[in-house]
Structure formats: C-alpha cells, structure tokens
Ligand binder design. Structure first.
Ligand SMILES: [Zn+2]
Length: 409
C-alpha cells in the first residue's frame, strides 16, 4: 500500500554525500512524500504529488528523516542518579564509575536487561530516533558480554562489542590478561551477534597499544571498528581510529591540530556527544573547528546510566546549536545523515528515493524548532519502515489529518 504525506511545511531530505555529490542539509518547502513498500518512492512539491492509496495531511508540519543515534549503551541494569547529583555538587566524572553499572548488570536476569533495553528503545522511538546503535560493555565476562550483544541484536542490527569498556575489578592486577580475554574467548562469543568492535581509549581505560590490539582482533573476526576517543583529555584515540579505518571516532572533546587534520582527511566520522558534556559539566567539543576543517560530524546521545542518561536527540541538537555553534541545518544533518555515515548506512538518515521510509514529523513548521524550542516534546509522529504512528495511534487507510489520526478518527 502506498502512502502520500502531503501539505508538509518543510520536508528535510538531506544529501547524504558520496561520490555523486557533497553531503549537505537539503529541504523542500510546501512538500509531499510518497511511501511505497516501506521505502521513499517520491518527494517534491505538494502541488505535483502523485496519487496514493492513503493520504495523510501534515497540516504544515515539518517532516525529517528519523534520527540516527550512532552511539548508545542500552544493555545495563541499575541507575546512577546519586553519582550524577554528587558530580553536580562538585565531584569530577571518572571512567571508573562504569564499574558500579557492571556489578548491577552482572546480577540482573536476561529478562530484566531485555525489559530495560526495550523501554529505552521505545523512549528513543517516541522521540524520533528510528535507528540506534547499541553497545555491550557492562558485562565484562565472557557470558555477560555474550548475552549483552545477543540482547542488543534483538533490538537493532547496529550491535557493538565493547568488552574493552573498562578493565573489570577482578583483572585490576592483570590488565594484559583482560585484553587477551577481550581479544580471545570473549570476542569469539560475541562476534556472531555484533557488527562493530569498539574500545574506550582513554586514561583510566585502555591505552593506545591495548586499544589497537582490541580493534585488530575484532577486525580479524569480521567486525568493523569504532573508537571512544579523546573524551577526557587529548590522547591517541582519534589517530588510532583513523589509522584503523574506523567508521567513527566518538566524543572528540579534546583534539589537537593533527587530530582535526586526520579526521578531515579520512572517512572516519567525528561523532560528538554533547549530552555527555552537559551531564558531566565539561567543556563542549569544538564542532566549528571540525566542520570548518572539512570533517564529517555526527551527533549522538551516548545514552547510558553514567555520563549521560538522556535518549533525546533533540537535546543534542539544541546543545550543538546553542553551545557548539553549529547551525540548525548542520545539527539536524549531523543527527540524521551524519549518524548514518557513522554507521556506514546509506539507507537511512536521508529521504531520497529508495531510502527506508523512516521519518519523524514535528509539531512545528521547521527543523529549527528543535533548537528554538528546547526541552519541548516536538515529535508529532513517526514512520518506521513505512508504518506510521501519530500521537500514539497507528496511521491506517484513507484520507487522514494528523488531528484525525490522533483522535482515532
Ligand atoms: Zn559511549
């Protein structure tokens, strides 16, 4: 069945960027979009829209590609609100806080972890995130990491093996032994469920040589690399990511000139996670420097119970615009097409013909409202693989308005 969404105030289509053309924000005013068989079949001026089996009148609202969250940690148990409150009262963030979530996660049942993951994935979708990446990294034993990636794979194809999140307490005196485990039996148990291998390359976590070993072992097992890099201080993470051909170097909060140059002259996306700086009260990454140098920038939530327990891409966009001097167009591109690039996906993050019909409709006439009205829930509805939900109601046949769908009419 085909669906025509018409009377769209602003349709953000994006150009994802490839050999055919430069990546850029792109939008059409007074637009329409046709979905057929779960894919975008047509976009253009509403006055020229073709007929379809079902018509939804957007009432002048903006429609965007669904947000692509390329960095999230959703397989965990417990919460760390007391740590957050203490941090806001003056204690610094340290990588070791992860260990308290590790303890809770190991004690949780599969069903508890699954229920928490599903709740967070639903929370993301209701806020317009239609694709998300999900990491392991709170198990840190062979069985706990294996079940973490298996649970993540139930929820998303973008599963990342992050056995190298921190060294667990039982290996405190044997770091090399833990790296061997991450590169050996743990990897073997996790690789069948994962697409990506990641490592937290940071003081207090894994150094350059340890991180390089983890990425090389993961790549040998068929996984593609991504790196937690340069979050807390300058360090080797970004250079390592670029040298390994990583899809993404994530955080990029503390970069030197060589790091910026390396990102700008590579396919490695600089994924910025401003919710973390917000939640840890740290300086934001220098997005302008990266963009002006020509690096590809993505925005992601880093939703996790420690350093940023937010699943709001709208918050990331607002912070990127207000605090990091990205334009509203750059921020929205980074949260959609940029995230797709960071996951090496060409089927999401834009609304070109043939893209997955993953879209978000705003209770607003333009994308800029995501930063202009911070903290306000602006998602009027979403389509996921062509299936529409507006105001919590499934969009079903015939002629509909957004108000009509909402009222079940
Ligand atoms: Zn992370």
């Amino acid at each position: 069945m085909s669906v025509l969404i018409t009377n769209i105030g602003e349709l953000v289509t994006n150009r994802p960027g490839d050999q055919a053309g430069a990546a850029a924000f792109a939008a059409v005013a007074g637009a329409a979009l046709v979905i057929d068989d779960g894919l975008v079949a047509w976009t253009g001026p509403a006055s020229r829209a073709p007929a379809a089996d079902q018509v939804v009148d957007a009432g002048g609202r903006a429609v965007l590609p669904g947000f692509v969250d390329s960095h999230a940690h959703l397989v965990f148990a417990g919460e760390r609100s007391a740590e957050f409150a203490a941090r806001m009262a003056g204690l610094p963030y340290q990588a070791g806080g992860i260990r308290s979530t590790v303890a809770a996660t190991r004690q949780a049942s599969d069903d508890q972890l699954r229920a928490n993951l599903r709740k967070l994935a639903a929370e993301m979708l209701a806020q317009g995130i239609t694709t998300f990446e999900c990491k392991s990294g709170y198990g840190l034993t062979v069985p706990d990491e294996a079940r973490s990636v298996a649970l993540a794979a139930e929820a998303t194809p973008e599963v990342t093996y992050l056995g190298a999140h921190v060294v667990p307490p039982e290996f405190a005196a044997d770091r090399a032994g833990y790296v061997d485990l991450v590169c050996g039996a743990m990897l073997e148990a996790c690789a069948p469920h994962a697409k990506w291998v990641d490592v937290f390359c940071e003081r207090g976590a894994f150094d350059r040589d340890e991180a390089a070993a983890v990425l090389a072992a993961g790549q040998a097992a068929g996984l593609q690399p991504r790196v937690h890099a340069n979050q807390l201080a300058e360090g080797p993470g970004v250079q390592l990511a670029v040298q390994a051909g990583a899809a993404s170097a994530d955080h990029c909060t503390h970069l030197d000139g060589a790091d910026v140059d390396a990102l700008a002259s590579s396919d490695t996306v600089a994924t910025l996670l401003p919710g973390v700086e917000f939640s840890t009260r740290q300086p934001y990454p220098d997005a302008r420097r990266l963009l002006d140098a020509g690096a590809t920038v993505a925005l992601a939530t880093d939703c996790n119970p420690g350093s940023c327990f937010s699943s709001s891409m709208a918050l990331c966009i607002a912070l990127a615009v207000r605090e990091m001097h990205m334009t509203t167009q750059e921020a929205v591109w980074a949260a959609t097409a940029g995230g797709a690039r960071a996951l090496r996906r060409t089927d999401v993050g834009h609304l070109g013909v043939g893209a997955r019909a993953d879209l978000v409709m705003l209770e607003a006439p333009s994308h800029s409202y995501l930063a202009y009205r911070p903290g306000v829930p602006l998602v009027a509805g979403f389509w996921l693989g062509g299936r529409g939900v507006v105001g919590g109601q499934q969009v079903v046949g015939g002629q509909q308005t957004v108000e009509g769908v909402r009222s079940g009419g």
